[in-house]
Structures are given as C-alpha cells and as structure tokens.
Design a protein around this ligand. Structure first.
Ligand SMILES: Cc1cc2nc3c(=O)[nH]c(=O)nc-3n(C[C@H](O)[C@H](O)[C@H](O)COP(=O)(O)OP(=O)(O)OC[C@H]3O[C@@H](n4cnc5c(N)ncnc54)[C@H](O)[C@@H]3O)c2cc1C
Length: 374
C-alpha cells in the first residue's frame, strides 16, 4: 500500500510525486509511456516556475534552454506587433524537461509503473484501488489525477466533462531555422494560431492549435497547412524555409478548454486534468507545476493527520480557484480574438496604436512566481 498514486507522469504529476517523496511518503506514478518521449506542446515555459525547478535540481542552463523575453503577434494578413515579455520564460523540449524531472523523481525515491495505462479506479473505505492494463492493482490512501488534457480515465471514473462546441487539434514539429532565439511568435491563421520559439540544441519548436474543421475536405495535414496556414505570409516563409526534424508531426485531437472539476470521487485533479488554459497564454506548464506543488502541500497535511479528506478537498478547490480560475477564463476570452480574420486584424491594429496595453494583456494570462521554502 502506497501513500499516494499519481495517474500520469507529466509536469503536474511529477511535481506532486517529487514533493511528496521529498517529505518521506511512498509514491507511485503510473505513466502510459516510457521516458523520454515527445508531447504536443509549444515548449515555452514561463519564468514563474524557473526558481522552483532550479531549487529541485533542474539545471536549466546546462540543458541548453533558450532565454525568451520578446513577443511577436501577427495577423492572418501579415500585420506584426512586437512587445517585450516582462516576466519572460525559457524554451526546452518536453522530451528533455519531463525526462529530467523523471530522473529527479527516481533519485528522491518515487516509484514508476511505465508503459502502463490506468483502466479502472475505485475507493473502498479509505483505500483507492487502481487497475492498469499491465494486469496490476495498486493501492493508496490518496489518488491524484494528472493524466492531462483528455483521457479515458475521465470515462472510467464517470466524470462529467461539458461538451465544447468547437473541437481543436494540436500539432507539433521540431525544426531548424534561422530565427531569433529570444523571441516567441504567435501567428494567426484562419481557425487557429501557431507558436514558434527556440528550444535546446539550436532547434525550434513549431506548434499550432487549429479547429478540427480546417482538415475537412483536405487530403491531410500538409494540404491544410498549405491552404490555410500559408495565408499568413510569416507562416508561409517559416514553413518553406524550415528544415523539419521529425518524420511526422506529433498530433493530438479533441483538445477542450471547458471548465472541469478539481476533485472527482475524492480524486485530486492536477494540471490539465483540473483545467486547461488556452495555449496562447503560454502558461499551462506553469499551472501544472504550481497546482502539483500546492496539492502536495495539502496532501501532506492530510497524510500527517492534520486535516481530514473533506478539508483537503475543500482547501484544494478553493486554492485552485483563487490561483487559476480567472486566469483560465481570460485565456478563453482572448482565444476568441484569435483565428478570425477581421477580429485579429482589428485587435492588432488597436494594440499597435496603444502599445502600453500589450504588456497588460500578457500579464492578465500569467500567474505569480511559485513561492516555496528554501
Ligand atoms: C497545442 C498546445 C500548445 C501548448 N503550448 C504550451 C506552451 O508553449 N507553454 C505552456 O506552458 N503550455 C503549453 N500548452 C499546455 C501544456 O502542454 C499543458 O498545460 C501541460 O502539459 C500540462 O501538464 P500536465 O502534467 O497536466 O499534463 P501532461 O503533460 O499532458 O501529462 C499527462 C500525462 O498523463 C499520461 N496519461 C494519460 N492518460 C493516462 C492513463 N490512462 N494512464 C497513465 N498515464 C496516462 C500521459 O501519457 C502524460 O504523460 C500547450 C497545449 C497545447 C494543446
């Protein structure tokens, strides 16, 4: 019997696991894949969590992460707006970042069940039972759901997820390109937007979110890119000059931005499982880490007998809401301005005429620096 089981070893799950194991609790992470592996993500990570990641032993400079402190936004017709990024961030691939956190977790005593998918969960009295497709059952006092944007687990635990009218897909490439390393660009196209920023090893991450309907009547992703993304002259230039380093892109379907519950059937939800911020905010990774961190603080209190399960759940929901609810809402409202020709054109013209506004818009989608005990 473990103190805690973590379903999904992304940034949220690894953070909870590292924090709990660091306090001497026994933790197992059940992860569908084996590290290292690629994930659809823009790979720009806000400096909100940089001091924390360095504190737990991640040597960001040594890993070759890029330093990003400039922002560019372009409209479908090719209008461009530049702004400094106040807090800024860094660029590092999820392949490297998740793998390095996995190694930190292993060193601190976290156990892993890799290449294993959670198939069923139930709670009997005060114990959770978790079954995997590797025909194993694990038991623990606390169960953490950090299985990301969408998962079979939601169906298994009968968690109601509201339907979203528009369905999105996410696509990622690593590319080689002659492009500024300190810049994150966000390029609009009909029904979506595409981010480009530098990561380690002189590579760039090119990642976009598109309405799934863009694929209708197209022979595939390539034709969609040529017919729709290339209408933005910046994207056409990037796509035609870049060297694509993957044989095929990383793709995810059915990305949803609806509000979710932070606790379901006594399972504490962390990161995207609790709520996904629209990618244009460049803040989902930081939210996953921050929610992983503060969930672990409260779970510690529960495991030490200082609060009961009801108090743990209430405090977690209230913490989540005060930290992220408004930020997620603002991200959803901003996304409505993107991917629509006239609106994005007007918004960029407006922001170009009032340059003081842009830093305020950026700040509204960002959170606070994660504070921790040294
Ligand atoms: C197109 C796009 C671009 C983005 N760009 C950025 C960006 O530039 N910056 C940023 O900060 N955020 C960005 N985000 C958001 C960011 O990727 C997420 O918010 C972040 O990865 C959340 O971390 P997580 O730990 O909650 O989930 P994940 O990192 O998704 O981890 C979930 C883990 O659970 C595992 N899993 C799933 N189901 C099961 C199961 N049944 N059993 C076992 N394991 C399971 C998965 O394999 C995965 O490893 C982007 C999102 C999208 C869609």
């Amino acid at each position: 019997m473990h103190d805690a089981i973590v379903i999904g070893g992304g940034l949220g799950g690894l953070t909870v696991a590292i924090e709990l194991a660091g306090k001497g609790f026994s933790v197992i992470v059940i992860e569908k894949h084996a590290y290292p592996f690629h994930k659809v993500c823009g790979e720009y990570i806000s400096n909100e969590v940089r001091p924390y990641l360095e504190h737990i032993g991640l040597d960001i400079n040594k890993l070759g992460a890029s330093t990003i402190n400039k922002f560019q936004l372009t409209s479908i017709k090719g209008k461009s707006l530049h702004s400094p990024l106040q807090m800024g961030g860094f660029g590092i691939s999820r392949y490297t970042l998740d793998y390095e956190l996995y190694r930190i977790a292993l060193n601190i005593g976290v156990q892993f069940e890799l290449n294993a998918s959670v198939e069923d969960t139930q709670r009997i009295n005060d114990t959770f039972f978790v079954d995997t497709n590797t025909n194993k059952t694990f038991q623990a006092k606390v169960l953490i759901g950090s299985y990301g944007k969408r998962a079979r687990v939601d169906k298994v635990i009968q968690r109601p997820i509201p339907k979203q009218q528009t369905s999105y897909l996410g696509i990622k490439y690593h590319i080689s390109l002659d492009y500024p390393k300190d810049l994150i660009s966000l390029h609009n196209f009909h029904g979506g937007y595409c981010g480009i920023s530098a990561i380690e090893d002189n590579k760039f991450c090119l990642c976009y979110l598109s309405q799934t309907s863009n694929l209708k009547h197209k022979s595939g992703i390539k034709q969609m890119e040529e017919d729709i993304l290339y209408k933005n002259p910046f994207l056409k230039e990037i796509f035609t000059n870049a060297e694509f380093l993957f044989k095929k892109p990383e793709v995810i379907n059915e990305v949803v931005f609806v509000s979710k519950s932070q606790v379901h059937e006594n399972i504490i939800m962390v990161g995207d499982s609790a709520g996904l911020i629209t990618p244009l905010a460049g803040n989902g990774m930081s939210i996953a880490i921050r929610s992983g961190f503060f969930s672990a603080q409260l779970i510690t209190e529960f495991l030490q007998g200082n609060i009961n399960r009801t108090e743990l759940e209430k405090l977690y929901i209230s913490n989540w809401n005060s930290n992220f609810r408004n930020q997620l809402w603002r991200g959803r409202q901003l996304q409505k301005l993107f991917g629509k020709e006239k609106i994005s054109e007007l918004a960029i013209t407006f922001l170009k005429n009032l340059p003081v506004l842009m830093p305020l818009v950026i700040r509204s989608t960002h959170g606070k620096v994660l504070e921790f005990d040294h």
